[in-house]
Design a protein around this ligand. Structure first.
Ligand code: CTP
Ligand code: MG
Length: 368
């Protein structure tokens, strides 16, 4: 088929830039978004402490993770919260189904709506709607990795405005196209964000993002040139494994301005990056052989990962979790759903090419 010329591509990219400029201000949350969510968090925290869900008067703190804390949250997102003991004592018993059931009972007594207790899930969790605001909430009882990956995503979001811009558009696109529902076998929002990060690390030239986890190993440390390798800690749910939770946090190391300057050497616009993103995941990724891995800022061969038992060489999208490196965030995508998601990447990419060739607005990609 006829490939659009560079000039025609430029036309489509500018039209996408305009579409993003229209849509993003409506997606970015207001000050109120955080204020309202903080009020709900406090109320639920007080409710769980009043009900003494940890027993023996031990206090808990509720911490927010997911899109209400990672800078990728839009109005309408759920509020993800996690129980942390107020005193720094042993917290392993938090994962017990018993604590989860007590959380469910306390919320039910306090009038929460649609309470669902999932005490046998890998991460025990209670889902409910806050009666005062109607906000969909969940409380997990022991989820330190989610708290940590929220901090990692937040750190990436601060490096360059295009990181948030792309993630908001992709999340919205995935919701509208009906491919953002892990319970129906499609990809979680977290999975799409990891795809955006891996893309920004590997496709644009020069790259817009580094791997903050690799940078942690490589960044010069004049105070301690012989720094030992970062510590590994026991996996919170799986005693047979350990995990490394460190990453280079630009806020703590004062490197944010440097990382921004490096990202800024790439001048590609949001529209151009979106077009490249769709094309990349539609046509260029070797799904059978490679794993999307924002931990490394390069694609990993599935063949190496196969030793770790859960990376079969099938044609499905596979995404390595940045901290749980044995865990495939896209494992829910079985073949028909993988095809469905891939077809959506192709559809978006073709629409952008058609828009370029015919000089029409590629609004259909972002048809909201
Ligand atoms: N999470 C995780 N592993 C997964 C899925 C989710 O650790 N396989 C954690 C991540 O911390 C993620 C949070 O759970 O940020 C919430 O997941 P999800 O709902 O997919 O992402 P949100 O960013 O909250 O997106 P949305 O705005 O759609 O709620
Ligand atoms: Mg969420």
């Amino acid at each position: 088929t006829h490939q659009p010329s560079a000039q025609q591509h430029g036309f489509a990219w500018r039209a996408l830039d305009d579409a993003c400029a229209r849509v993003l201000p409506q997606l970015f949350p207001s000050e109120n978004f955080f204020k309202r969510r903080e009020e709900v968090r406090r109320r639920v925290e007080a409710c769980l402490n009043n009900a003494d869900v940890l027993g023996n008067g031990r206090r808990l703190v509720l911490r927010v993770f997911g899109s209400s804390a990672n800078l990728f949250g839009a109005e309408g997102a759920d509020l993800d919260m996690c129980v942390v003991p107020a005193a720094s004592e042993e917290d392993t018993e938090l994962s017990s189904p018993e604590v989860c059931r007590r959380v469910g009972e306390a919320l039910e007594s306090a009038g929460a709506k649609n309470v669902q207790v999932r005490d046998t899930a890998r991460v025990p969790i209670v889902l409910f709607a806050d009666p005062q605001t109607g906000l969909d909430c969940d409380v997990s009882t022991h989820n330190p990795l989610a708290l940590r990956n929220t901090e990692l995503l937040r750190a990436y979001a601060k490096i360059d405005g295009r990181v948030r811009g792309m993630a908001y558009v992709i999340k919205k696109w995935a919701k509208i196209r009906g491919i953002n529902s892990p319970s129906d076998g499609t990809l979680s929002s977290y999975g799409y964000i990891l795809c955006v990060l891996a893309f920004l690390q590997t496709v644009p030239n020069p790259p817009i993002l580094p791997s903050l986890q690799r940078l942690d190993l490589d960044w010069p440390n004049p105070k301690n040139p012989d720094r030992p390798p970062p510590e590994r800690v026991p996996h919170p749910f799986d005693a047979s494994r350990d995990v490394c939770l460190s990453f280079h946090d630009p806020d703590k190391t004062g490197s944010l301005a440097d990382l921004r300057e490096i990202a800024g050497r790439n001048r590609q616009s949001l529209g151009e990056l979106l077009a490249l993103f769709f094309r990349h995941y539609a046509w260029d990724v070797d799904y059978r052989n490679l794993v999307v891995a924002p931990r490394t800022a390069c694609v990993l061969p599935k063949a190496n990962k196969a030793e770790l038992d859960c990376w079969p060489q099938n044609p499905h999208l596979a995404i390595e979790d940045p901290f749980e490196t044995h865990y495939d965030v896209a494992h829910v995508l079985k073949y028909p759903k993988h095809q469905l998601v891939r077809k959506e990447f192709m559809r978006a990419s073709k629409l952008i090419d058609d828009a370029a060739a015919q000089r029409v607005d590629p609004d259909l990609v972002l048809d909201y």
